[in-house]
Structure formats: C-alpha cells, structure tokens
Design a protein around this ligand. Structure first.
Ligand code: FES
Length: 123
C-alpha cells in the first residue's frame, strides 16, 4: 500500500524536532482526521531557508510527507518554497494512496503558514 520512500521517511523521518529561535512557525490541523503539524523555519539574510524542523501528531503519510517536504525546501529561497505543491510532495514519495493525499496537503499548508509567519502575513 505504501511506497518504499514513504516507509523510509516514516521509519526514519528527517528534520524532526523544534527550534528555539525560529524565524517562522506554521501550525495546521486537519479537519478531516484531527491530526496536527507544526513547521519551524530559519531564514538567512539571502532569504534562503537554511534550517527547518517539524513536529507531526499524525499518521504515517503525514510524517513521511513532512519529512520529505522539509528535505525538499531546505536550502530553497522562500519564493521557491512557497511554490512547492502537494503534487510535488506526493511525487517525491512515489505516490500516496488516494485517501491519504490530504496528509501531504497538511505538510504543504504548514510550510506555507511558516513562511507567511516569517513574512508577517496571514493570521
Ligand atoms: Fe490525518 Fe494522515 S490521516 S494526516
């Protein structure tokens, strides 16, 4: 049911943890399953995301999605990171079962919120 990539990132998630002096924090919850995700970013003077951490209280797909998404956007400029789509996250995981795609949406949304928080936008 899950690809090797999903299993790898679920059993050995990258960039797990929190950050004391984050420049942006994004927290989202899924209305459909009640799972939560929190993303912390550190942005340098060149507007590059030089560090990123996540905490997920969620399913295997949510953990794998946040792990691979944090790997994808680490080192990206914030404008590039804002353009990362759910589809790119799912493709990077070699696919997710259709009823699990919302878990990757959580990761994309949390990243967007963290960047908006850094930019002083959003709620
Ligand atoms: Fe809730 Fe996957 S089932 S994030």
């Amino acid at each position: 049911m899950y690809s090797d990539k999903v299993m790898d990132h679920f059993s050995n998630p990258r960039n797990v943890g929190s950050m004391d002096n984050a420049d942006g924090i994004g927290e989202v919850g899924s209305a459909s399953c009640g799972d939560m995700m929190k993303i912390f970013i550190k942005v340098n003077d060149d507007k590059v995301i030089e560090d990123i951490k996540f905490q997920t209280y969620g399913c295997a797909s949510a953990i794998a999605s946040s792990s691979i998404a944090t790997e994808m956007i680490k080192g990206m400029k914030i404008e590039e990171a804002l353009k990362v789509t759910t589809k790119q996250i799912v493709d990077a995981l070699d696919g997710l079962p259709p009823h699990k795609v919302h878990c990757s949406v959580l990761a994309a949304d949390a990243i967007k919120k963290a960047i908006q928080n850094y930019l002083g936008e959003g709620d």
